[in-house]
Design a protein around this ligand. Structure first.
Ligand SMILES: [Zn+2]
Length: 315
């Protein structure tokens, strides 16, 4: 059983695993998920146990992951009867329980979520934020409360991207799941646009296979393998990431680890980004500076809205 969300004791709030990853990589926040405790998101179930009844995490800290991050039961995690997070459903042989992200947020929020803090977990003795409630005798508590629902919005780009990537062979599902970004509502299928078709529409999530990553003095350049065709001519596509932007990024270390590993990787990698649409520009030719050539290019403005990763199902 994988969990889309869990209750964090140190934040006194429900978090997705993508929120946890954000917090782990954020160098401006003192947070380490190994020191936090994650409990069942079902309020009634959580209230029935001590705060030692924890869940485990999967891929909470791995910068470059292939398999979907999630919360999971540990061998000793207990749930009340009827809790939908109890491990009653055992995956059938050959069926991998955690191979897909099936919690599709219906909105990708462009402003970052702020996480309210509470006192650290260490001195929670006797003042646990969620005091174990007494179960009324003879009557099991309601297993599912109204607030048990999965958070429907996310501000972490990796989350909708994981939904898309892990379900890339489920076209019907992607066409059925709604997604809202800013003022624009569409489906997951419509929002993710292959880079070679970027002229079809502005304001989408563009993605494509990376041909090369160039490390320049003041920027990185990501070149895409596929070209854009305009007036029967092919044009290269690239995006620039300013090193100044990276220097000031709150997840600087994780980002540099990701892009440096990608630049030297032999494995097929893909870049996903949102917020800018590469446009046709004339740039001087290296060999002959008097000449120019056309290229579709954009400067990435927000590193939160760019991801480099593998897409295992395409290989
Ligand atoms: Zn539970």
């Amino acid at each position: 059983m994988k969990f889309d969300t869990a209750y964090s004791v140190s934040l006194d709030d429900k978090l997705s695993i993508y929120d946890v990853r954000e917090l782990n990589f954020d160098e401006t926040a003192a947070y380490d998920s190994d020191k936090d405790r994650f409990l069942c998101p079902n309020d009634a179930c959580r209230a029935a146990f001590e705060t030692g009844n924890v869940l485990g995490t999967y891929n909470a800290k791995n910068v470059n992951y292939q398999r979907t991050p999630h919360f999971k039961n540990t061998p000793s995690t207990e749930h009340i009867e009827g809790c939908r997070y109890a491990s009653s459903h055992k995956p059938a042989a050959g069926e991998s329980d955690d191979a897909r992200e099936d919690n599709f947020p219906s909105e990708f929020v462009l402003t970052r979520r702020t996480y309210a803090r509470i006192t650290p977990v260490v001195d929670a003795e006797g003042q646990a934020p969620q005091a174990p409630a007494q179960t009324p005798s003879g009557r099991p508590p309601a297993a599912v409360s109204a607030s048990d629902g999965t958070p429907d919005k996310t501000s972490v780009f990796a989350h909708p991207v994981e939904c898309y990537v892990s379900n890339i062979d489920h076209k019907d599902k992607l066409k059925a799941m709604p997604l809202k970004i800013g003022e624009h509502s569409a489906t997951y299928w419509a929002f993710f646009k292959k880079i070679e078709y970027l002229q079809d529409n502005h304001g989408l999530i563009y993605w494509g296979k990376i041909k090369a990553i160039k490390d320049y003095t003041s920027s990185f350049r990501i070149d895409f393998e596929k070209k854009v065709w305009l007036d029967k001519k092919p044009y290269s596509v690239n995006v620039y990431l300013s090193k100044k932007l990276i220097e000031n990024y709150r997840k600087r270390k994780a980002f540099l680890e990701q892009i440096k590993a990608a630049a030297s990787s032999e494995r097929p990698l893909y870049c996903f980004f949102y917020g800018v649409t590469p446009a046709l520009k004339q740039v001087p030719s290296k060999k002959n500076p008097e000449q120019t050539f056309g290229v579709f290019s954009a400067n990435i403005e927000n590193l939160d809205h760019l991801i480099i990763r593998e897409v295992p199902m395409l290989e």
